[in-house]
Design a protein around this ligand. Structure first.
Ligand code: URA
Length: 188
């Protein structure tokens, strides 16, 4: 298994798909590398591509607010995406792009060994949970698989477009906070 330094170097040099040609930066992840919770989005947007960090634009600000409102600490989570390079114009990643990037994400998961994975939005749900699952049908319900607790929820960008989804994602993330306390024996 690769260590972090080698994994990050290989990701930065990756040319496995066409997104490599248009990226400014490879966006690997941010947060604690020993976190019990891994939050997974779709792919870097414009700001993420420029800064080389995931969820630093408008959707990321909302996500940070949500996490701090629920009193997650910085040590609790690691944030990353299905693809590490920005799809031009923020389009949904193509199947071949997601498939060629997923081994890097699997490697990150092996190194972090989170207890909980939060799939934010339909792309994360598609590639982590089930190709045919509908986010509106499965969000908010725990899936236990291969030793992970998986919570499907909305993508924070969807909350910016439709504010009625805010309380629903808040509810889902509250379940994550409770599960985290249950698994780690921490008081809330
Ligand atoms: N949307 C995502 O899915 N990921 C990011 O990093 C930013 C916006």
């Amino acid at each position: 298994m690769l260590g972090w330094d080698e994994l990050e170097r290989k990701c930065r040099e990756c040319m496995r798909c066409g997104l490599a040609k248009t990226r400014k930066n490879v966006v690997i992840g941010r947060g604690s590398k020993t976190a019990p919770v891994m939050l997974i989005g779709e792919g870097p947007g414009e700001q993420e591509d420029i800064q080389g960090k995931p969820f630093v634009g408008a959707a990321g600000k909302l996500l940070d607010l949500l996490l701090s409102a629920l009193m997650f600490s910085d040590d609790d989570y690691y944030i990353c995406n299905i693809v590490k390079c920005r799809p031009p114009g923020n389009r949904v990643p193509a199947d071949d792009e997601a498939e060629s990037c997923l081994p890097w994400l699997r490697h990150q998961t092996l190194l972090i060994r989170p207890r909980i994975m939060v799939c934010m939005g339909s792309t994360a749900v598609k590639y982590i949970i089930d190709r045919t699952a509908r986010i509106t049908q499965i969000r908010g319900q725990w899936i236990e698989r291969k030793g992970f607790w998986i919570m499907p929820t909305f993508h924070p960008a969807a909350l910016l477009r439709d504010t009625s989804k805010k309380p629903l994602m808040f509810e889902d993330m509250k379940k994550v906070k409770l599960k985290l306390a249950e698994l780690t024996g921490a008081s809330q």
